[in-house]
Design a protein around this ligand. Structure first.
Ligand code: FES
Length: 125
């Protein structure tokens, strides 16, 4: 079941499902989860965008990602064991389901999470 659910489409896109917000958005081949989320206007927390601040971290609940940099320098053993990933350094290998801390995702005051959630459910053109 999961093999089919968490594979990339023929177009190379993958789908990211974000809990507890219910956001669902497409990630193009070569794009990171953070890049795709920000392109949709989602209030995903981020600062450095190069894998050093851990602001974009989330927990990988299902699926697999390709990591662009070694996160073991910035994440603890416990975080790594609990499948914490850096969204700015993670490209989905197929569709994935992640958990983003609700408090962290509301840090940006210039974003409207309700509007972003509505936009996120619209498939990419
Ligand atoms: S934004 Fe800094 S580690 Fe991802």
């Amino acid at each position: 079941m999961f093999g089919k659910l968490f594979t990339r489409s023929a177009s190379g896109r993958a789908t990211v499902h974000v809990e507890p917000f219910g956001w669902t958005f497409e990630v193009e081949a070569g794009q990171t989860i953070l890049q795709a989320a920000l392109a949709r206007g989602l209030p995903w927390p981020s600062r450095c965008r190069v894998g050093s601040c851990t602001t974009c971290r989330c927990c990988l609940l299902a699926g697999d990602v390709r990591t662009l940099t070694d996160a073991s320098y910035v994440l603890s053993r416990e975080q790594l064991a609990n499948r914490v990933i850096l969204a700015c350094q993670s490209q989905p290998r197929g569709s994935v389901r992640v958990h983003l801390d609700r408090a962290a995702a509301t840090l940006r005051r210039d974003a409207d999470p309700s509007a972003a959630a509505a936009d996120a459910s619209v498939p990419a053109a």
